[in-house]
Design a protein around this ligand. Sequence first.
Ligand SMILES: *Cc1c(COP(=O)(O)O)cnc(C)c1O
Length: 461
Amino acid sequence: MIQEKMFDELREKTIFDQVQQYAYDYLDTVQGRNVFPTADALNGLTHFEGPLPLETTSPKDVLTQLNTYGAPATMAQLGGRYYGFVNGSSVPVGLAAKTLATYWDQNTALQIISPLVSKLELVVEGWLKSLFHFPESTVAGFVSGTSAANLCGLAAARYRILKNLDWDINEKGLMGSPQIRIVAGNQIHSSVMKALNLLGIGRQSVEYVETDEQGRLLADKMPILDSTTIVILQAGNVNSGSFDPFEVVCKKANDVGAWVHVDGAFGLWAGAISHFDHLTDGLNKAQSWAVDGHKTLNTPYDSGIILCADEESLVSALHSAGSYIIRGDGRDGMFYTSAMSRRSRIIELWAILKYLGKSGIDEMIIGLHERALQFASLFEKVEGFEVLNDVVFNQVMIQCASDELTLNVMENVQEQRICWAGSSMWKDRKVIRISVCSWATTKEDVRRSVESFRRALVALS
Ligand SMILES: *Cc1c(COP(=O)(O)O)cnc(C)c1O
């Protein structure tokens, strides 16, 4: 019965037309809409409560409910005035390609499961290697985000460090193994800490290095490195957007056989653009790099990449074997990630890179930087706001006279729903953090957003 119904649904396409219409309506309104859902929209979410139905529901009703109460309760992330956390929008051709890929529903584990995906992963790996000027030996794994990419990169590092000490982690495990040292700036991202915990390398193994007023690791405050050390650097501090000094640190590390892993969730893309060379000098001398598609590059969620110059370490660390696993003569994606089955996120990543080309990537990302600079210069003209960081990339941190006022202004701005930005801590003070991460942010969006901040401050003074 249900099988016949599903065949009918496929044949008739009514539900697909229904969704297509909803999608177009959404695209038409999302740019101008309130950024955070209205109170009514949030109340509407109660319509999803209730037990699992005993009988089937008509697919039309399923989709109607989803659209009626779901769409208004979304964050207008696709638009140009969402500056929360570090989240990107979506390049239209990527959304379209992801939609097509949805219908294909490919699993990316092995070449034999999806030759198409295997080919695209190989092609994009080559593009990324050349975009970032990474060593010829670099391989890429396509994962869910930078959290996963950090885990994969640090697993590769752990494998290599111990292997060099004649300790095969896959055989012997961590118990009784030689000690691994971690050297990282004291502004290390929480996802890196999580990865270290998952890998059995606890907090006590981390030797924190002092950072400067922009959050950059101070190379001359580093302890002496050795071949048991994994150094973790940042391309893009999550608050200030600053970049660690790759050239000096990589030289010190490479001289003694330490491993350098770079958390470049949003900032690694600066390494693809000569405009930002002064920030990324020496970046390509690390051993592994984690980066997101879904932030700066504006791919749809979710999309992250682990790049690693030491293929043997990455593949060994993420190794899985089974009598039924059939190696292809091309690329088998699962050997480069911690997962086996994955969705084909490579399809929209390929589409966006193909669409933008080198010049489009440059223009889009330099555009984010320019909008961030515009934010800073407009804030400097409004009395009561202070810009705290050098705006070297896409992050802007601002502050009011007191922590209380800063938070009240932020809440007032969030309630106006013209734009959305969140808070963070910087030097033991509350700050509002604006991350310009959407291709869709225009000069007018920035002007309107700063105006909403000004209104908030006036209302509270
Ligand atoms: C966002 C971010 C992460 C985590 O990335 P996800 O894609 O959310 O898993 C790690 N490091 C930095 C610096 C980030 O900005």
